[in-house]
Design a protein around this ligand. Structure first.
Ligand SMILES: [Zn+2]
Length: 198
């Protein structure tokens, strides 16, 4: 039996993380009552992200062109690179307004237990960026949990041949936590309080 259109929408929405059947139902009826252009913009944004999203060639942020909007921005401080685990972390740091440099996404964190080894992360690419063009500081903003700490240490080692200051964001961020859930003020304070890693 063919599914009703609203039931189908509810089913699709309930596949999203943290969305149970009830919220999916509320969302579906909300969408039904949305202005036509808003609903189409939502659908279009979902389509565009699947069609056009790729990784920035320089920093591995999500973008729809070769270089992301941050790497293309001539007003950003190119002497500072903030290293994060995931592209979603960039959004949190950007919203904090505490950083005006460039980013580098590692695409995960080291975790021998899960079989995540250094060669699977974008560490070599980071070293290449640092060796090439006058970077003064690399700020390691991996998550304040065990994997994030191990990764920070490894990255610092990998950058030791280069003449660059390697700093680590301060805590204030909940220990064992995830940058993704940090609020803007905490994130900003954490960046301001960063310390040299030695
Ligand atoms: Zn980029």
């Amino acid at each position: 039996m063919p599914q009703g259109i609203i039931e189908n929408l509810i089913e699709q929405l309930s596949k999203l993380p943290g969305v149970g059947r009830k919220s999916a139902q509320r969302m579906a009826f909300f969408i039904l009552n949305m202005k036509d252009e808003d609903a189409r913009a939502l659908a279009g944004a979902i389509g565009a992200v699947k069609t056009n999203a790729r990784f920035c060639k320089a920093c591995f942020n999500i973008t729809d062109s070769d270089l992301c909007s941050i790497c293309r921005d001539s007003l950003r401080d190119r002497k500072r690179i903030c290293v994060v685990e995931e592209p979603s972390n960039i959004i949190v740091i950007e919203r904090s307004g505490g950083f005006n440099g460039l980013y580098h996404v590692l695409m995960g964190a080291l975790s021998p237990i899960d079989g995540i080894t250094p060669d699977m992360l974008r560490i070599k690419e980071l070293a290449q960026r640092v060796s090439g063009n006058g970077v003064d500081e690399v700020i390691i903003a991996t998550n304040p949990n065990t994997k994030g700490e191990v990764t920070a240490k490894y990255v610092r080692e990998a950058l030791s041949p280069y003449d660059v200051a390697v700093t680590r964001i301060a805590y204030g961020l909940p220990l064992g936590g995830d940058i993704e859930f940090a609020d803007e003020i905490t994130m900003k304070k954490s960046l301001e309080g960063r310390r040299k890693l030695d």
